[in-house]
Design a protein around this ligand. Structure first.
Ligand code: GTR
Length: 422
């Protein structure tokens, strides 16, 4: 009885009240930490050649992120099929070709599927390079174009987006268009592919039953500690989008950058790390579990994110709640997994929850891999001032303002693409 009481007391002390918790924003209160070494194997041996990186350390790091953070990434499903739902060569006042493709992921027409919306510039020679990204409110939210199919999937409700299942209404057409400057992207000669993340996996915790989970999860609802979470499922969906792009003659699938904002920025980094077909990866304000170093424990922490969003990461990640120093990886290594391909990390000055400095430091500490591979990494040693991008093969900026994907961010990404991908 006494033992039971002690255990209960300890559990009470160990668990923390989410509501009583306050984020730390004080640099002086960051615990002393040591980052896991990028260029050293788990067994202590050094990683000193490009070949060591490619054949030993890179696969080891992918495995560690799978086992401890995002969960295991399945392969391409059998029975995947693409159905062109509609296309129009004179979209956006004749400047673009619009296509909408249903990507069926298996198990026939009743199995999980998502819609890929594609805008392709008409004024440039095809095949064209482009961006592929997930959005939060349906493909119809990124442009007021009335021909975009209205999403029929679960829709996030901003007031209570963890549980409420909404349906999209026509009033939501174009409501996120400020985040997606399609005309500008087209004018600069790039295609844009968009997928609604809720088609792939609705963003609330239902015990991993809906979305694409039934396709690959073990029968009977049994999941291992390294079974994939929602971020991994969304990233997997991006790879399936790229599978389609590889079949489209208008698109240069070898020159597609994966892009995402916030939780979808975490997702674009994991997609860029795991799928080497992506020509570049762009992380916009991705924060904890994205570009920010977990060990800094500033703003959102591992414990906080696992409690707020129990479905995002694999179960094993919970071992690191308030225990970041035990993590065998940190997020600089995730950014490094994009090497030798270009990677861009962006922060916003007021987005302290996402820890702009931690995002910068992670980009900085990814640099040694680029140098090892004989490439320019991040041309900085100190965090740049606001609105002063520092851009090599690794790019970074912190922009004025708050958590958002803004036209300023897009201008930097378009320049980055011109420089490295076009
Ligand atoms: C916040 C979350 C962040 C970030 C953001 C978003 O609530 O704490 O990690 O991902 O949501 O995706 O908008």
């Amino acid at each position: 009885m006494k033992l039971l009481f002690c255990i209960c007391l300890m559990m009470g002390l160990l668990s923390m009240d989410v509501n009583a918790w306050e984020a730390n924003y004080d640099e002086d209160k960051i615990p002393a930490y040591e980052l896991p070494e990028l260029l050293r194997m788990q067994d202590g041996s050094a990683v000193s050649t490009p070949d060591d990186w490619r054949t030993k350390r890179r696969p080891e790091l992918i495995r560690l992120f799978e086992e401890h953070v995002y969960g295991r990434m399945p392969g391409r499903p059998e029975g995947m099929a693409f159905e062109l739902l509609e296309s129009d060569g004179k979209a956006l006042e004749g400047k673009a070709t619009r296509k909408q493709i249903r990507v069926r992921l298996g198990k026939g027409v009743d199995g999980p599927a998502f819609d890929l919306l594609l805008f392709i510039p008409n004024h440039v020679k095809r095949p064209v390079p482009g961006f592929l990204g997930l959005n939060f409110f349906g493909n119809h939210s990124i442009s007021a174009d009335p021909k975009i199919l209205l999403s029929q999937s679960w829709m996030r409700n901003n007031k209570d987006h963890h549980t409420v299942r909404n349906r999209a209404t026509a009033a939501s057409r174009g409501t996120s268009s400020r985040r997606w400057p399609i005309e500008r992207i087209i004018e600069r000669g790039y295609a844009l592919g968009a997928i609604y993340y809720g088609d792939i996996d609705p963003d609330f915790h239902d015990g991993f039953k809906n979305g694409v989970h039934p396709l690959v999860d073990e029968a009977g609802g049994k999941r291992s500690g390294a079974a994939w979470g929602a971020i991994c499922a969304w990233a997997w969906g991006l790879s399936r989008g790229l599978d389609y792009l590889e079949t489209d003659d208008d698109i240069d699938a070898a020159r597609i950058a994966v892009i995402g904002h916030s939780r979808l920025g975490k997702t674009s980094l994991w997609a860029g790390a795991t799928d080497e077909r992506f020509a570049a990866a762009i992380s916009n304000d991705s924060g904890c579990g994205g570009a920010a170093l977990s060990r800094r424990c500033i703003g959102e922490t591992v414990w906080r994110i696992n409690n707020s969003f129990p479905h995002w990461f694999c179960h094993n990640f919970r071992q690191y709640d308030n225990n970041e120093s035990a993590l065998p990886v940190d997020q600089h290594q995730l950014i490094a997994l994009v090497a030798p391909r270009p990677v861009y990390v962006a922060s916003a000055e007021k987005d302290r929850w996402a820890d702009p400095k931690g995002e910068f430091l992670a980009a900085l500490h990814a640099d040694p891999v680029y140098r090892l591979l004989g490439l320019e990494g991040l041309p900085a040693t100190e965090m740049p001032s606001v609105d002063q991008p520092t851009v090599g093969r690794v790019g970074y900026h912190v922009r004025t303002g708050g958590h958002n994907l803004s036209p300023y961010d897009w201008e930097q990404y378009l320049d980055f693409m011109d420089r490295h991908v076009r």
